[in-house]
Write a protein that binds this ligand. Structure first.
Ligand SMILES: Cc1cc2nc3c(=O)[nH]c(=O)nc-3n(C[C@H](O)[C@H](O)[C@H](O)COP(=O)(O)OP(=O)(O)OC[C@H]3O[C@@H](n4cnc5c(N)ncnc54)[C@H](O)[C@@H]3O)c2cc1C
Length: 378
């Protein structure tokens, strides 16, 4: 027997952090919002993430929204009711050798020319003062002092809790499988259940192109499976997050003392089965880079490693905006390995787009049209 569809003002497909932040900001305008999540909240990239909160080294197109998001991270407890384990101990991009310095110096010069002051070169002495455990062969660094890192699981719990308090309906175990137009509404079918809303936010992560295809849209989208490892607990020796020129490394010490090591080394993703696998040969490069930079970690035991599946666009910029083809469809995906930091500001942007059909934020570079096989190229 057909079951009547539940009606909402906005349906958000995907319960990762980008679905949660969009839902939260929309619900706070009084909209009735539902999140439809195929698995459970935070199942994929949002819980696998390294949770680095980084403005350092952003693509120039992302700098303005990234800086706004950073300002929001510094008052995140006032937004979601918990500090999400966020600490602003800075992010460092280290040059190991003199030949690595020009790239960092040029980046700083470019940023200054554009009027940005948040990326700053430091010399070897200052670097050693700030990170005494760093190997003495390193020669300098580009740093962003207000950057930091958060706890991904606390962040998910905080955004989920804030959504629930704002009245968002969260439906887990509910994968959207089919879509049809019904008057001014979209009817979203998840097995025997269905939901109706005039506005839909596509925040389906690595599966967002498949969701777009349900609406008849062809969006070019790749996938990545970034790998992470965590070690046994060590006494505190490092506060900031450290990356390095020319190697895939992001290195930090958690509040619990474990080292959390990532940086974009890739495993393998199977998006049909929603599974990803670690490539241990590749992962060993991260372990080697870690002990080269921090001799103190030689011999430390790796406790676990994992991968997370995420969408990746060809220009590594996200897909943010109203669909140019489908009325009432709004995209927020393709964060290509650096979407955690952008979570707070994306709530505001998606609220602007859905409620006002426009935003004052600079998002032209993220237009969905650029990946729509040239048919709607801007
Ligand atoms: C290992 C790793 C390390 C990272 N490190 C950093 C970092 O240090 N800093 C940083 O800024 N970013 C980092 N990122 C990136 C960041 O974590 C992601 O950009 C962000 O979490 C993406 O969130 P999302 O909500 O778009 O996607 P996801 O969290 O993947 O959520 C998408 C959700 O959509 C659901 N879904 C899919 N299809 C359907 C459907 N048909 N119906 C219903 N639901 C559906 C999925 O089940 C999933 O829960 C990292 C990512 C990984 C994987």
């Amino acid at each position: 027997m057909p079951v009547s569809a539940q009606g909402f003002d906005v349906a958000v497909i995907g319960g990762g952090l980008h679905g949660l932040t969009a839902a939260l900001s929309l619900a706070r305008t009084g909209r009735r919002v539902v999140i439809l999540e195929r698995n459970w909240i935070g199942r994929h990239a949002s819980s696998a993430t390294a949770a680095g909160v980084r403005t350092l080294g952003r693509d120039l197109a992302e700098v303005s929204i990234s800086l706004e998001s950073m300002e929001m991270w510094h008052r995140i407890a006032s937004i979601v009711g918990d500090d999400c384990g966020f600490h602003a101990h800075g992010q460092f991009k280290v040059a190991e050798f003199d030949r690595h310095m020009p790239a960092l110096q040029e980046r700083e010069a470019t940023m200054r020319k554009l009027g940005y002051r948040h990326e700053e070169m430091i010399d070897a002495a200052e670097m050693r003062r700030l990170i005494p455990s760093l190997s003495p062969h390193c020669v300098g660094a580009l740093i962003a002092r207000n950057d930091g890192a958060a706890d991904p699981h606390r962040t998910i719990a905080a955004f989920r809790g804030a959504c629930e308090r704002a009245g968002v309906t969260i439906v887990e175990g509910c994968g959207v499988e089919a879509v049809e137009r019904q008057g001014a509404d979209w009817l979203l079918r998840c097995g025997a259940r269905s939901f109706r809303a005039p506005a839909v936010v596509n925040a389906a992560g690595a599966w967002a192109a498949r969701v777009a295809a349900l609406f008849g849209e062809a969006i070019e989208l790749g996938v990545r499976a970034s790998m992470m490892m965590a070690t046994e607990r060590l006494a505190p020796f490092l506060a900031p997050v450290v990356s390095v020129v020319g190697r895939a490394l992001s290195f930090k010490q958690s509040d619990q003392g474990t080292l959390v090591i990532g940086g974009g080394l890739q495993g393998a993703a199977d998006i049909d089965r929603q599974r990803s696998t670690v490539n241990f040969v590749e992962l060993a490069k991260g372990a080697r880079a870690s002990s080269d930079l921090f001799p103190i970690v030689q011999g430390v035991r790796i406790a676990r490693c994992w991968t997370g599946i995420e969408a990746q666009t060809r220009d590594h910029l996200p897909v943010i905006g109203a669909s140019p083809q489908t009325p009432g469809l709004f995209h927020s995906f393709g964060y290509s390995g650096h979407g955690f930091q952008l979570v707070p500001v994306l709530g505001e942007i998606m609220r602007d787009l859905v409620v006002d059909q426009k935003t004052a934020r600079s998002i032209a570079a993220f237009a969905p049209a650029r990946l729509m096989q040239g048919r709607h190229a801007a």
